[in-house]
Design a protein around this ligand. Structure first.
Ligand code: ARG
Length: 460
């Protein structure tokens, strides 16, 4: 147990407390960011004359060797070290001797851990963004193939009005595009570098914090050293962003699960994305979709956890904050896996346009269009709604669809009906005559697909 702070203590912690206190078993995940930060720090210290150029070079060489060894898994990760910061510093001193003891000049683990986590979160946010763009590409690919795949649109899970599959999938493109822009906004807010805030109150060494920030690709240094070391907003934000991504994916998966069921049969999922039953030989279950739907809970849980950890914490660093890591890491892994799984599942799915179409022709899905017909012939909408409602009741009595109700039945309710009513309420007309921005009209959705492709070209 090599503690960096042993000097003031008469005895060490118990073995249990050592392990209870340690974060090394999970914070080793950001060793790259930790070493990158240390290299920038000593570069700045040398520029400011706080270290000599020779000392800087010795330290950087040692850090680079540690990085290479860690990349190859050569260093043992154990609770012999409290955290990744302690491991890197102890290992450096072991390798380069006393010069290594100068690395920690003018900084604290409090600013170091925020720096590492900010860099890590920024790196992961960019990776998640890339996966979101890949997900959008798959959605747009299926949209393009299904501009004229007519299907029922639902409200309250009851058939409402006809739409197309392209229109339906386009809703998920819009969600994912907002997810991308939320990530971009969050990353833009993570542009300030905490290094040099030291424990909480800055330092008497003449650090050039702007220079360190620049070396690490930040926009500039943080403005308040207490806020620097206490801030975990970047973790809250990325967890919120991932929660929304997962919420969107779970809605999509819920629909896929229904659409793949025997009752809907709208889609056949590829065998590679389904599993069977150990007892029922006929089963082909949409397990991947169900798992994505289920994994939302872990990500929401991590968001609730960090919000609760941070609530009521006084300035500045408190050890509670070490609890910001495991939930975040699990949420990042989960969200990335789910984006990959959802994209693969949709890309390989085979839709059944004829089943969707048949479903869209039942359930009086064109009733609004019957009412609109009357409106176009001069009847106020509220009256037209009443007339059409009675026609639906008549259809239920006769066990037929509005498309099959004889014209004299129509005319019993209103003289405004003529033979062109059947053409007006056909599935194609119902969808194709819609003209408002964002509607399922295949021509308009086709233009939307073109716009999405241009967006993809700019974002890949
Ligand atoms: N391991 C700590 C964390 O993960 C960082 C170290 C700061 N510790 C301290 N006692 N000031 O947040």
């Amino acid at each position: 147990m090599a503690q960096l702070w042993g000097g003031r203590f008469n005895k060490g912690v118990t073995a249990f407390v050592n392990d209870f206190n340690a974060s090394i078993m999970f914070d080793n995940r950001f060793y790259r960011q930790d070493i990158r930060g240390s290299i920038a720090h000593v570069t700045m210290l040398a520029k400011q004359g706080i270290l000599t150029d020779e000392e800087r070079d010795v330290i950087i060489k040692g850090l680079e060797e540690i990085l290479a060894d860690m990349n190859e898994g050569k260093l043992e990760i154990s609770t012999k070290y409290e955290d990744i910061h302690s491991l890197v510093e102890s290992e450096l001193i072991r390798r380069v001797g006393d010069t290594g003891k100068k690395l920690h000049t003018g900084r604290s683990r409090n600013d170091q851990v925020v720096l590492d986590m900010k860099m890590y979160v920024r790196d992961e946010a960019i990776e998640i963004r890339t996966l979101l763009v890949a997900w959008i590409r798959v959605l747009v690919g299926q949209m393009e193939k299904n501009l004229e795949t007519y299907m029922p649109g639902f409200t309250h899970l009851q058939k409402a009005q006809p739409v197309t599959l392209a229109h339906h999938l386009g809703a998920y493109v819009e969600m994912a595009k907002r997810d991308v822009s939320r990530m971009d906004d969050s990353v833009a807010r993570m542009g300030t570098c905490p290094l040099g805030s030291a424990a909480l109150a800055g330092t008497t060494y003449p650090l050039d914090r702007a220079y360190t920030a620049e070396l690490l690709g930040f926009d500039g240094p943080t403005a308040n050293s207490m806020d620097s070391v206490s801030d975990r907003d970047h973790i809250c934000e990325i967890l919120f962003n991932m929660s929304v991504i997962m919420m969107h994916l779970s809605r999509f998966c819920e629909e896929v699960i229904m659409w793949a069921s025997n009752e809907y049969r709208f889609v056949e999922l590829d065998d590679a994305y389904c599993t069977g039953s150990s007892i029922m030989p006929q089963k082909k279950n949409a397990d991947v979709a169900e798992l994505i739907r289920g994994k939302v809970g872990r990500v929401y849980g991590a968001l609730m956890s960090i919000l609760t950890v941070m609530k009521g914490l006084p300035m500045a660093f408190n050890k509670d904050m070490q609890e910001d890591k495991e939930g975040l890491f699990d949420a990042i892994d989960t969200t990335k896996d789910c984006l990959i799984a959802a994209a693969g599942m949709l890309e390989t799915a085979v839709f059944r346009p004829e089943v969707m179409r048949a479903s869209a022709t039942g359930g009086f899905i064109n009733a609004t269009d019957v009412a609109d017909y009357l409106v176009n012939h001069g009847m106020p909408f509220r009256d037209a709604h009443g007339v059409t409602g009675r026609l639906v009741l008549r259809c239920i009595d006769l066990n037929c669809a509005l498309d099959d109700l004889p014209l004299d039945e129509y005319r019993k309710e209103s003289e405004l009906f003529e033979a062109d009513i059947y053409q007006t309420i056909s599935l194609e007309t119902c969808v194709n005559k819609r003209i408002t921005v964002g509607c399922p009209n295949p021509k308009l959705m086709g233009e939307t697909v073109v716009a999405y492709k241009a967006w993809l070209a700019e974002n890949e």
